[in-house]
Design a protein around this ligand. Sequence first.
Ligand code: SF4
Ligand code: SF4
Length: 410
Amino acid sequence: MDKLVKYNCLQDLKKVGSPIIIVAAVHESEAVANACKDSGIIVSAFCDSIKGKSQNLFCGLEVIHTPTLPDRFQKARFIIASQHIQDCVEQLTSLGYDEFYSPLELLENYSVKKKKHLISESYMEARLSVCRNSHKIYLEGGEKTYMRSLDVMITTRCGLKCESCSNLMQYYKDHKSFDHEKILDSIDIIKKNVDIISEFRLIGGEPLMNKAWAKIANGISERNPDCEIFIYSNGTIAPKDEQLESFYGKKINFIITDYGKLSRNLNKLEKQLTKYNVNYVTTPATYWVDCSSIKHHKRTVPQLKEVFKQCCVKYLYTLLHGKLYRCPFIANAANLNAIPDNPANYVDLFNKKTDTKQQIKRLIKVAKFFPACDFCDGRPYDASSAAGYDGKGTIEAGIQTSKPLPYKQY
Ligand code: SF4
Ligand code: SF4
């Protein structure tokens, strides 16, 4: 499968031939499109598995909903800008395509400074650094263990109560406290046993509800100065000046979701981030893929493999209370005791009786699904498809519940 994606693309793509399509309509794709233009490569469109993206142009080009590509083009040449390279190749191969290119050669001499982008210069640099790392590791293949990102859960508290929160915050009644030293020690253990981690994401709940959030971000940054750190916030809390001041010169960024009136401190937060020169991107909460029900589906093994294959968050490795999981659903379902305890679902980083390196390898490279996937509706790239998915499809984001939702405890 790896060999299907070619590094050398300039010569091939300059030739007249089938349409050239960039996969997918993500921030870094704008740089890939610019690099194509500079090299005289004519791009026909972007494609993306999220249907909603096809309603608007992206960087002046049409966005085609990926499953509909065969209705338009019998043959096409794809430049994979997405970091989910293997998934993109598998999806496009199943649609009958076989010509794939990495954007690495194109991006070799790309200067972010010399171009204008929809996102800030430093945020584009951060996105491209993760994109380049993902493609390098993919093309190298081999035995290396690679985490594109590590989601570090630093709280299960949130000022909002979204009834369809994909991190399952709507089920929490009680909250265990988080020790910031233990979080940093857990990350050190993971780092020792993984070849590359490209980025860290601080998540919750609302990460700013952990009083030590800035200490944790600084701790991760000091131990991993080359890695980008993204803090995911809902705009309900404005940080203190000294907290933001302490990020000076560090690769710490904010990703903010705007929930309208509910994000009551959004303007204040944005002003402070601007004042202290901290990168941020704000995106409105519009639609989500329904994926937050916890129910035992009793699927067959082939069905479980399909749910996992279609899942778009299976690379969101999640750290929660000293255990490493494959996704935030499993992490929180296990933490809530909403699924039976099964060590196959996680790696206990502080268990001295097991070989942590081997266990992490199992989690990253070996598993074809996890027992916990049988309790999940699935979270497919294409929410309009029934393949490997039992949820309701696309739903309105951010609908609030007044009290925690009930669930079965094991
Ligand atoms: S804002 Fe909503 S979606 Fe985000 S963590 Fe809180 S409850 Fe979940
Ligand atoms: S299908 Fe499995 S990996 Fe994907 S979100 Fe559900 S539990 Fe996580």
